[in-house]
Write a protein that binds this ligand. Structure first.
Ligand SMILES: NC(=O)c1ccc[n+]([C@@H]2O[C@H](COP(=O)([O-])OP(=O)(O)OC[C@H]3O[C@@H](n4cnc5c(N)ncnc54)[C@H](O)[C@@H]3O)[C@@H](O)[C@H]2O)c1
Length: 323
């Protein structure tokens, strides 16, 4: 039986807590949240012990693995405490807003040979496996990526808390592009504000477009928009234009390949979030950091790309990577 602790138990974690509760191989031992009422409510529903302090939770509940649902601005201390205690951790994207601190954490993870996993669930979609195969066998040139939707509230609309949309949300698209086309060498970006009326709180772009030049030669234009009032179906995905065919990835739903011979569509069949967690738990049990599809170090590479977009937006100049 694997003892599981949770750190940061807000909206996002409900599905993951339920999955762990239903797993016959896991026992929930702790919920930790700076908001005591959030941890208490989870304990009342799912059992375990409530904590507001991560170190105390690690010492007292002794979890074998931890799942973190922290907001972007709250990363750093919990990961370091897990590294010190030698406890494998899964965490939500984006891994951090501070690239230097994220690199220190990545070094600590590597030193301990710790199993980690980042919640880029796209990596576990069966259609993304298909996309990878098609990209490898074709010659990609220009890529369009996009996440065009509406705006949540709360910490999401403050740049210093969420990182803005390119960091918090379109990070899934940047990660997928980074995963398919390799490291980026330069990013340029332009943003739009003023589409959503000012409210004295919001300080993020309403939309942005980033041009990413990959070392492989591929060029991607990746757009983010959160001003849309009609955002049903949230158009999000990646269009990859290859020499001999076009690939259309519709977020978490399907991949369509169109060649001179015609079109084929693959619809996603697996539950990527469940598979991602299972993989992390199996890797933690086997103490095999290489088993997961997005270990912490790759989460750092993904957020580096998104943070480069912010730097390009702020400086209005192209930004060379690594940051
Ligand atoms: N992969 C996805 O598809 C997906 C979807 C939604 C959200 N997310 C990510 O999940 C993360 C959490 O989002 P959410 O909507 O659940 O946020 P939320 O605000 O609902 O919950 C965050 C929780 O963390 C707690 N918290 C804050 N600082 C803490 C700290 N230092 N220690 C312990 N607890 C702390 C808060 O009190 C809150 O209960 C975000 O990074 C978001 O980007 C990912």
């Amino acid at each position: 039986m694997m003892r599981i602790g949770f750190i940061g138990v807000g909206r996002r974690m409900t599905g993951h807590i339920r999955r762990i509760k239903e797993s016959p191989e896991c026992e929930i031992v702790a919920f930790c949240d700076v908001a005591a009422e959030a941890a208490d409510a989870r304990v009342a529903q799912f059992g375990g012990t409530a904590f507001t302090d991560v170190r105390r939770m690690l010492e007292s509940a002794r979890p074998d693995a931890v799942l973190m649902g922290l907001p972007p601005f709250a990363h750093g201390a919990a990961e370091k405490a897990c590294i010190e205690a030698g406890v494998p951790f899964w965490l939500e994207k984006p891994v951090h807003l501070d690239i230097e601190d994220a690199r220190q954490i990545a070094a600590g993870v590597a030193d301990k040979g710790l199993v980690t996993s980042v919640g880029y669930q796209e990596r576990y979609l069966d259609i993304v496996e298909r996309l990878e195969q098609e990209v490898v066998r074709r010659q990609p040139g220009i890529v369009f990526g996009y996440w065009m939707g509406g705006s949540p509230g709360g910490w999401w609309v403050r740049r210093e808390r969420s990182g803005g949309q390119a960091v918090e949300q379109t990070t899934h698209v940047f990660d997928l592009a980074r995963h398919l086309f390799g490291p980026a060498r330069r990013v340029s970006a332009a943003g739009i504000t003023g589409l959503i009326p000012p409210d004295g709180v919001r300080n993020i772009e309403d939309a942005s477009a980033a041009t990413v030049e990959f070392a492989s030669g591929v060029v991607a234009v990746i757009t983010s928009a959160c001003y849309l009032q009609v955002a049903q179906g949230v158009p999000a995905g990646l269009d990859v234009f290859c020499r001999d065919g076009n690939l259309h990835y519709q977020r978490r739903r399907s991949v369509t390949l169109t060649t001179a011979e015609g079109s084929t569509t693959w619809t996603n069949q697996n539950n990527s979030e469940a598979d991602m967690l299972k993989d992390f738990l199996a890797a933690a049990a086997a103490k095999d950091p290489g088993r997961v599809r997005c270990p912490y170090a790759q989460g750092v590479e993904a957020v580096e790309l998104s943070l480069a977009v912010n730097r390009a937006l702020d400086t209005k100049k192209p930004v060379d990577l690594p940051l």
